[in-house]
Design a protein around this ligand. Sequence first.
Ligand code: SF4
Ligand code: SF4
Length: 286
Amino acid sequence: MNSIKEMIKRIRFLHRVYKILRGKIRRVKLIYPLFIKVNPPISYFVKPYQANKKITLEITYDCNIKCYNCNRLCRQAPSKTCMSAEQVERFINESNRYSIIWNEINVCGGESTLNYELFDILNLLLLYRKKHSSKTTITLYTNGFGKAAKTALKKIPSNIRISNSLKTKQVYKFHPVNIAPIDSFFYKYADFSLGCPMITICGIGLTPYGYYPCPMAGSIDRVFGFNLGKKNLSNLDESFVNVNKKLCQYCGAFRFSRLTKKEKISLSWEKALYNYNENVPVLDLY
Ligand code: SF4
Ligand code: SF4
């Protein structure tokens, strides 16, 4: 009888040890890509993230919801700036000039349906696909909120994919984008030129101010006002190394962080948002 009790005790003890170790292994798996990998010496052996022929067009920074921790900063740094159909036409001409066949073109914002030339932009993209790149997936991202968005969505051509997040309120769980890694001791020596997995997920970002390694980088630049948008589609990967170095140090997506509903802002962002609200930076247009 005693030996059975002893055995049960041991099994319980081993099970507890296993649970603790399993938790730690999971944590290391999560932290590894966003912390250990980006710091020396491991960072010397890591290649920067690649966009793999994906691009996201940021056609407006205006949004009708303004969520906490919005990674396009629609709430933190409001703007009504939109990309024009003429700019999209220029992007298409450049794609043809450099023979770039995009795997995916995402049309995003802000709330994309608030762009005043939305249908001209979509028609240009459809024409590009028909003539030059039949396999390109074109996706329109929307929050699906409000009468205007719902009416616009009914008229979207059926050969455009719609990704509708069906938002109804301001509070959702997001990563705290306004906690700058540079404000944390743990990222003081990180190699920001690597970027983060968002580059592979979203692709290059084209904003009204030019090309960025990812769409979030464009949003950071419009607040800090470094004016780093590239105006030409050639040799982007090389020129983005320095843009990453400058912008990723402010981006919460670079850090290991948990999803949160609370708005979190670190010191660099407090200063930048204060300056933005005093005086909106003027960037050169694409
Ligand atoms: S709906 Fe999307 S773009 Fe608009 S504020 Fe929320 S997260 Fe930002
Ligand atoms: S700006 Fe942010 S999301 Fe974009 S590559 Fe840098 S860390 Fe990632």
